[in-house]
Design a protein around this ligand. Structure first.
Ligand SMILES: NC(=O)c1ccc[n+]([C@@H]2O[C@H](COP(=O)([O-])OP(=O)(O)OC[C@H]3O[C@@H](n4cnc5c(N)ncnc54)[C@H](OP(=O)(O)O)[C@@H]3O)[C@@H](O)[C@H]2O)c1
Length: 330
């Protein structure tokens, strides 16, 4: 069946301005790190992507290496773009990144101009796009001058291959320097993509202040801590859940078990607010004025729909915030 996007797609979600730019992003965006790769069920990925767009999620986030295998999330999007989303290109914000291992040899990772610009060309080819909306440096490179990495982002814009640029996983001090270099080049830093959730609050230690001062937006990734902050693990570890298939240090079975007393209490509080734990976790990151969008993942349409309903209750009383802090302190 040809895809026809819902006519009411803009009625359901909020759009927030990205820093001091002209661009707005949905309060909740969809990440393609997991669940959209070559090993996943394509029709499930398609159903999630279509439902997301039908519910006003105009922003899909990629990196060169998303899959597995690396590159396959972009390839699958390329197929979906051709078949489903092509008529909606001007309603979509597509981002991609380069910074982690992508191909063999010294030019297939980190932050050189050689790697970043070659990687962007490869991403565009996989996705069948003429340009991406946002191109990111995925991580700071301790060995490449920051001027070179930022210069490559600026070139991507000047070559018409990206409309905006961003950085990800940069600490506050490097963020300030990167912003200054980009400003001098005439290509302002649009956005910073940073990990933030109730279980990982590092951005509160200075990054959000820098972003506010510099007028840079913040899109936070893994607001559900990869599923810890949902009901997914409250009664054991279901087969197929991410904790059973990833080796990421912050997503181990041990961590899931260790956090259980906290997540159970948070789940009770969420119920009192009339929300699921996932909805409360998303609302909690969005309470920060510096946060433009919560970048979530979902392995089913049901999870996606649960998460999008977070926007129905974004307010917290001071008592609720204190209660969350006290639960997190343990
Ligand atoms: N810049 C970076 O360095 C970086 C790093 C990581 C991620 N990201 C971006 O951020 C995006 C989101 O990251 P993430 O996938 O870790 O985000 P997340 O939203 O914290 O975790 C998503 C996972 O949580 C589970 N989940 C989601 N909604 C649920 C619900 N309502 N009920 C129960 N379980 C639910 C699912 O796990 P199951 O699969 O087990 O069902 C889902 O795959 C990525 O796709 C990527 O675009 C960027």
């Amino acid at each position: 069946m040809p895809y026809l996007a819902s006519e009411t797609r803009y009625d359901k979600i909020l759009y927030n301005r990205v820093g001091r730019s002209g661009l707005k992003l949905p309060a909740i965006s969809l990440g393609w790190w997991y669940n959209f790769g070559g090993l996943d069920v394509f029709e499930n990925s398609r159903a999630i992507a279509r439902r997301a767009f039908d519910m006003g999620i105009t922003h899909f986030d990629f990196a060169n290496n998303y899959g597995p295998p690396p590159g396959s999330a972009e390839e699958n999007f390329g197929t979906l773009f051709k078949q489903d989303f092509h008529p909606y290109r001007d309603e979509l914000i597509i981002s991609t990144k380069a910074g982690y291992d992508m191909w063999l040899g010294p030019y297939g990772n980190w932050g050189s101009r050689k790697y970043l610009l070659a990687s962007l060309d490869q991403s565009l080819k996989r996705m069948g796009l003429d340009y991406v909306d946002i191109f990111y440096s995925h991580r700071p490179d301790p060995e490449t001058p920051l001027e070179e990495t930022m210069g490559a982002l600026d070139s991507a814009v000047r070559q018409g291959k990206a409309l905006y640029v961003g950085i990800s996983n940069y600490n506050p001090e490097m963020t300030r320097r990167a912003a200054q270099i980009l400003k001098n080049l005439g290509t302002p830093c649009l956005i910073h993509q940073a990990r933030y959730s109730m279980l990982d609050r590092w951005v509160e230690g200075g990054l959000l202040d820098v972003l506010t001062e510099e007028g840079i937006g913040c899109i936070v990734f893994s607001p559900l801590a990869q599923g810890h902050l949902t009901d997914r693990y409250l009664n054991g570890i279901p087969s197929g859940a991410r904790a059973t298939k990833t080796e990421h240090v912050w997503m181990t079975l041990d961590n899931v078990k260790k956090n259980l007393p906290k997540t159970q209490k948070l789940n009770e509080l969420a119920k009192q607010r009339g929300q699921s734990l996932a909805q409360m976790a998303i609302a909690w990151v969005l309470r920060q004025p510096a946060v433009t969008s919560a970048l979530i993942g979902a392995s089913s349409v049901k999870q996606l729909e649960d998460n999008l309903a977070a926007v129905n209750n974004l307010k917290f009383s001071n008592e609720e915030l204190d209660r969350i802090d006290s639960i997190l302190r343990g």
